[in-house]
Ligand binder design. Structure first.
Ligand SMILES: [Zn+2]
Length: 418
């Protein structure tokens, strides 16, 4: 086993350089998928990887694969990936870390002139966050065959319901509508590093989390239909105000999340309102919402309660409320051998680690359906806050995660050596 260590200082500098693209006043980053900022981040990544001797391939979804040659070019690559896009007021870490860990890993192998049997590919997946185009992890889902390329290409901006701009338009505009087919091919295994996005590791004094699987989650659009009417002339008891219905539903969703123990989660983070003008009682609201739990049966009970609550509210308020599922994931169990590899590497390098589940979706969830897959989490400092400009991990956190990743990638990339 190699005693290689990554260059923690260089990794940190690379992270900070990337964080300057789309830098926000509060110290975070704004790089919505396929925006000009995202394009600049992608260009920067490609330039770095070319300097490191990698060849770049871009597929029809704009997923970028930077390939470091193996001794056996016929051997399937070991993949390491994540995403460079952010939420509108995101932090500098999140998925960016998973990509920059890959950059640093390749640079370290180059520094030490390490050849591997398998090629190594560092991947940037398109539209992981789902803030600009929905659903999230779109690029990796097309690759994994979970949604069609046509479906993904035709998604329009969630950030602006009136916009007709599609994913395909923006891929073409930013120069990332690549020629390579976006579909699964032989891959040895897939690793993803990420920050925890929660407080557990940091507050319990762990330096790393080995992700063994995921929470279960279901995502819905609740459509509440009331009746448009004059905001002044309509007596209160005659109103069917869709926004009042939505407000009641938001409170119920919040209550449900709180009533299923520490692992219960529920959200209603996005709303569309019609006609959304000052003289008219709202007639239609679309509310994005979700329920999640570490235990799939409990998550299903949360969904049942959400449906029952929604039906009760509709009856009480005299409005129609439809609940349509648009996405689900979990429970995911990552690959046992890959999990063990990360645990062993973390132990050997002397880090304090624990097993952990991911509450959020990641590109690794798409990849887990096809290839041996695992994830490693580094602590999120600042109370575990994420999807916020204050998101923070320390240089030591990032180095720990990347060193463990390096060991695990090397072990897989040397498998089958003659
Ligand atoms: Zn992420």
């Amino acid at each position: 086993m190699h005693a290689l260590r990554i260059d923690a200082r260089r990794l940190w500098d690379t992270m900070m350089t990337m964080g300057e693209i789309g830098a926000t006043p509060g110290g975070g980053s704004r790089r919505l998928a396929l925006s000009d900022e995202d394009r600049r981040a992608r260009d920067r990544f490609c330039a770095w990887m070319r300097e490191a001797g990698c060849t770049i391939t871009v597929d029809q979804m704009g997923n970028i694969f930077a390939r470091r040659r193996g001794r056996s070019e016929a051997a399937p690559p070991v993949m390491v990936g994540s995403h460079l896009d952010t939420v509108p007021t995101g932090g500098k870490f999140d998925g960016v870390f998973g990509v920059m860990a890959g950059v640093e890993l390749v640079r370290t192998l180059n520094d030490h002139r390490v050849e591997t049997e398998h090629p190594i590919e560092i991947v940037v997946w398109t539209n992981e966050e789902g803030s600009r185009f929905s659903p999230f992890t779109l690029g990796s889902m097309v690759f994994a065959g979970q949604v069609t390329l046509e479906f993904a290409h035709s998604r329009t901006e969630v950030t602006d319901p009136r916009s007709r701009l599609t994913v395909k338009d923006e891929l073409a505009r930013t120069g990332y509508l690549g020629p390579a087919p976006c579909r699964a091919r032989p891959v040895a295994c897939y690793f993803e590093a990420h920050n925890e996005q929660g407080p557990m590791l940091g507050e319990e004094g762990y330096e790393l989390g080995v992700v063994t699987g995921s929470f279960s989650a279901r995502y819905f659009i609740a459509t509440i239909r009331g009746e448009a009417a004059h905001v002044g002339a309509t007596p209160m008891e005659r109103r069917r105000d869709a926004l009042v219905g939505a407000a009641r539903l938001v409170l119920e969703i919040n209550r449900i999340g709180k009533s299923y123990g520490a692992d219960g989660r529920s959200n209603a983070p996005q709303i569309e309102l019609a006609p959304n003008v000052r003289g008219v009682i709202p007639c239609e609201v679309k509310l994005a919402c979700d329920v999640r739990h570490s235990d799939v049966e409990t998550m299903k009970r949360m969904e049942t309660e959400l449906r029952r609550t929604t039906a009760g509210l509709a009856e009480e308020l005299g409005m129609e409320i439809a609940l349509d599922q648009y996405y689900e994931f979990g429970p995911i169990r990552f690959h046992d051998g890959m999990i063990q590899l990360l645990r062993d590497a973390a132990t050997r390098l002397g880090y304090r680690w624990r097993d952990i589940l991911t509450v959020a979706g990641h590109d690794a969830v798409s990849m887990n359906a096809l290839y041996p897959t695992a994830m490693i989490f580094v602590p999120s400092r600042a109370g575990g806050i994420s999807h916020n400009e204050r998101e923070h991990s320390t240089p030591e956190d990032l180095a720990a995660g990347t060193n463990v990743l390096l060991q695990a990638v090397l072990a897989k990339a040397e498998e089958g050596r003659a």
